[in-house]
Design a protein. Structure first.
Lengths: 259, 350, 256
């Protein structure tokens, strides 16, 4: 089973290695200045050399991401449930949700700085702002999707509205919730970095800024590499938790794929 | 695994993860000790916040020197440096009271006054303007008039085209050029031949380029008809000036001491700047030293004390940029005049 | 004399959702005595499921009385074991957990509910599947699980809406026998819907024939076959006659 799982990633691996090889040769052949695009080996080298400094910034950004996503999950779930319970709130709140996603950080930044200061506050806020939306929307759609016949069955058992929510709607909405969570996880780290641009003492975003100002482009790319790895890890974590929480979902999906 | 266990696991694992990250973060913070100076003994220090305008560089050296030598502490001040924020300028932080003082630029100060959110320059950090337009030596653009019709990579200020155009016209060119607002580092754009010329500071980017072996043609702007003006400045809000003049006096005394020291001890000052910031802030320590050696004598003219501002510098350039129509009030309409004397004061300098 | 398990008197239902009001039920009268197996047959779309929804307490009649155990005023929801056409098993629960669903709604303590569910599974030969997920079960198995869920919630009064409609003939037969076994074990009162006349004759004590929409009761017949029922009994002369009579009636209704 392990072997088959690994084999599944084979083509992606080959593609990835090929692209990296081309990249390396492109830079080595002097086709582009290493001040603009460093080679993969240079990036890895710089990452290792400067790891003690980069790791500090990484932990900061990771903390902001993780806390922001926790807030996003709690808020997104509560919001989805609220939208489900009240038809009125759905019509009133949905447009506001969409608008919340279109506000550029540049406009928000001064407000955030003045309200939250320079500590964790603004970063957690920015991460939560951009992550709660896919979670809330996906979960709300999942909640609304419950089979009417099933709701009738529960009603015939004299189940209260809350029981129906807890026993049927919420568990049924979990696959949708997780797909929203996956999307959020992809944006989480980037959101934290944007939040750091508001103002921060440390973090991968700040580190990149410092490196740009010092013309150390290779360090910028090293930070980008760390960002990419963090995002992948978060994504993988969500998939892992989904596997644990919804074994039944994957059971059927995989069976269908194999049959 | 039954439903209950699954529920607990799916909530428990993320919570555990969060606790892990928080724990690792705190542990790392403690073990990395950091370079923040330990607070002084039992005296009650007044906290003051200074908003930086950029990542730490040699414009800021005097402040770091005064910090390191404990001169702020001696003056009863606990100075905290607020890091640079790409989205929020020190002007906003100072005028909203989030910072007591900050680092600003003349253009910013003029613009702030126009939209009725004024800040006041209480010191000039460098006595004369050190900005320059540069081109790559290999481009063959060896004087400003060659820049006619070429591509300029700028920072998107409304009066920029007028100032740059003036420089070109002074040298006999047409003053027309293509203006591109850059989000990337101007030198990068220049080196990759995407733009033909850019606006940089002799004390930093030019030295950086020299160290990297990049040959440039340098046109200091004051050589080409642009009135000399101060940049950067130390700014404070009118409120702060009214309410805490005594504090500002003490602050400026310590700061001036720091810059005077940096003036005469370039090497040592550079080292202080390097040590005061976390590792990784300056990937090229040699640049800091070279930049400091360039800048130190320029903090003030010989025989003058650091920080003093002349009225001429506050009339020439500000009037020039106002005349371009690029300075607007809060409603977006260009302003035509301003009380320049209110933009600066020397009252806090020792 | 104890009151009928279920009494439906003059129940009508008009839907006013769209522009035109929809007359679905027109003055239905029927009853189910304690321990009786009563079937309702009728042409497709005549409103049998609507009637069921009303009895189960999910919907309200426009006029008329519905009394369960003699109570016409109280809340009807929760007083019957309602099984809609689809098994509607929750995919995230195992077979055992699915069966417990009704007990969870009643807020029975977990341990007790688990014990009762397991007992039931053992009794009816499904103990091996207790920890399987519904996705791995066949159609017939899912219907059995749904039936057990219904019975565990309320074994005294069952409302079964065409539970075997989607199954193949052989599975249907074995499930019909299995249902009769269930019915006898619990002495339930059953109201059963089907469009299959033979099934109705095989299972019921009494059959109500409904007309096309708006539905009213066309005919009530007693099924006089001996218990325990066996599929061979459908070949008996009286069974055949009954089957022909009912089929003709239904065809006429279907065409009109």
């Amino acid at each position: 089973m392990k072997l088959r799982w690994l084999a599944g990633y084979g083509p992606a691996f080959v593609l990835g290695v090929t692209l990296l090889a081309f990249w390396e040769l492109y830079v080595r052949a002097g086709q582009i200045s290493s001040q603009v695009l460093p080679s993969p080996t240079a990036i890895i080298q710089a990452l290792i050399e400067h790891w003690d400094v980069i790791s500090i910034h990484t932990m900061q950004t990771l903390l902001e991401t993780v806390l922001g996503m926790a807030v996003a999950i709690v808020f997104g779930l509560i919001l989805a449930i609220t939208l489900e319970i009240s038809r009125w709130s759905r019509r009133a709140v949905y447009p506001l949700l969409v608008i919340s996603q279109t506000i550029p950080i540049i406009a928000l930044a001064p407000l955030l700085l003045i309200w939250f200061g320079i500590d964790l506050g603004p970063k957690v806020f920015v991460v939560a702002l951009y992550c709660f939306f896919p979670i809330a929307v996906a979960c709300a759609d999942g909640l609304a999707d419950a089979e009417p016949e099933l709701i009738n069955l529960l009603k015939s058992m004299h189940a209260s509205r809350w029981q129906i929510l807890w026993l049927v709607r919420l568990p049924g909405a979990m696959p949708s919730f997780f797909s929203g969570l996956r999307i959020a996880a992809t944006y989480g780290v980037t959101g934290a970095i944007f939040g750091e641009y508001v103002g921060a003492y440390q973090g991968l975003g700040i580190y990149m800024q410092l490196s740009v100002n010092s013309h150390a482009i290779v360090l910028v790319f090293a930070a980008i590499l760390v960002t990419a790895v963090l995002s992948l890890l978060l994504f993988g974590l969500v998939s892992l938790i989904e596997r644990i929480a919804l074994p039944w979902y994957h059971g059927t999906v995989i069976e269908r794929k194999l049959s | 695994m039954n439903a209950r266990t699954r529920l607990i696991a799916s909530i428990g694992i993320p919570v555990l993860l969060i606790l892990l990250v928080v724990g690792a973060f705190l542990w790392q913070q403690r073990s990395s000790a950091g370079t923040t100076p330990a607070p002084a003994g039992t005296q009650k220090l007044i906290p003051m916040r200074l908003a930086l305008d950029w990542t730490p560089n040699t414009n800021h050296t005097g402040i770091y020197v005064a910090l390191k030598k404990g001169w702020y502490r001696d003056a009863g001040i606990d100075l905290q440096l607020l890091p640079y924020s790409a989205s929020v300028s020190p002007d906003v932080l100072v005028s909203s009271g989030k910072a007591d003082v900050g680092i600003g630029a003349t253009e910013g100060i003029v613009a702030d006054a126009a939209v009725s959110q004024p800040v006041v320059s209480i010191a000039a950090i460098i006595q004369h303007n050190t900005s320059a337009l540069v081109t790559l030596a290999s481009s063959g653009l060896s004087r400003p008039r060659d820049l006619s019709g070429k591509i300029y990579g700028g920072f998107g200020a409304s009066y920029e085209p007028a100032v740059v155009g003036e420089i070109i016209k002074r040298d006999g060119g047409t003053g027309q050029f293509k203006n591109v607002t850059l989000d990337v580092d101007a030198m990068q754009a220049l080196e990759s031949h995407r733009v033909d010329f850019a606006w940089v500071f002799e004390g930093w980017e030019v030295i950086q380029a020299q160290r990297a072996g990049v040959k440039l043609n340098i046109f200091p702007i004051t050589n080409y008809g642009v009135a000399d003006y101060y940049t950067p400045n130390i700014i404070a809000s009118p409120n702060e000036i009214k309410q805490k003049p005594e504090l500002l006096h003490r602050f400026m005394a310590a700061t001036a001491k720091g810059y005077e020291y940096a003036r005469t001890h370039a090497q040592d000052a550079a080292q202080i700047l390097l040590n005061a910031n976390p590792q990784g802030t300056f990937p090229d320590p040699g640049l800091v030293v070279a930049s400091q050696e360039f800048l130190s004598p320029r903090y003030a003219d010989t025989g003058r004390k650091w920080g003093w501002q002349d009225s001429a510098a506050w009339h020439g350039y500000p009037q020039f940029i106002i005349n371009t129509g690029g300075i607007v009030d809060a409603g977006g309409h260009p302003v035509h005049s301003m009380d320049f004397e209110s933009l600066y004061t020397n009252q806090f300098l020792p | 004399m104890e009151p009928a398990k279920l009494l439906v008197q003059g129940v009508s239902k008009v839907f006013r959702d769209g522009r035109k009001p929809l007359d679905t039920l027109a003055a239905i009268d029927l009853f189910v005595n304690a321990g009786e197996f009563v079937t309702v047959i009728g042409p497709s779309g005549c409103g049998k499921s609507t009637l069921f929804n009303i009895v189960a307490g999910v919907d309200q009649p426009t006029s008329g009385i519905v009394a369960i155990d003699g109570d016409a005023q109280g809340e009807r929801a929760g007083k019957s074991g309602y099984m809609p056409q689809q098994p509607l098993l929750l995919p995230w629960r195992t077979v055992e957990e699915n069966i417990m669903l009704g007990l969870d709604v009643r807020r029975l303590p977990r341990k007790k509910a688990e014990r009762e569910a397991y007992e039931l599974l053992k009794r009816f030969g499904l103990a091996d599947f207790a920890h399987h997920y519904p996705a791995t079960l066949s159609g017939g198995m899912r219907q059995r699980v749904a039936l057990l869920r219904t019975v565990l919630f309320n074994s005294s009064f069952l409302l079964l809406d065409e539970p075997f409609g989607a199954l193949d003939a052989l599975t249907r037969l074995s499930l019909q026998m299995w249902l009769l076994d269930l019915w006898q074990t619990f002495h339930s009162s059953v109201l059963f819907i089907t469009h299959d006349v033979r099934e109705a004759i095989l299972l019921s004590d009494r059959i109500y024939v409904l007309s096309a929409r708006p539905a009213r009761v066309l005919r009530v017949v007693e099924v006089d076959l001996p218990r325990p029922r066996r599929s061979e009994q459908l070949a008996l002369e009286q069974a055949v006659r009954l089957e022909q009579e009912l089929t003709t009636l239904l065809l006429k209704e279907q065409q009109s």
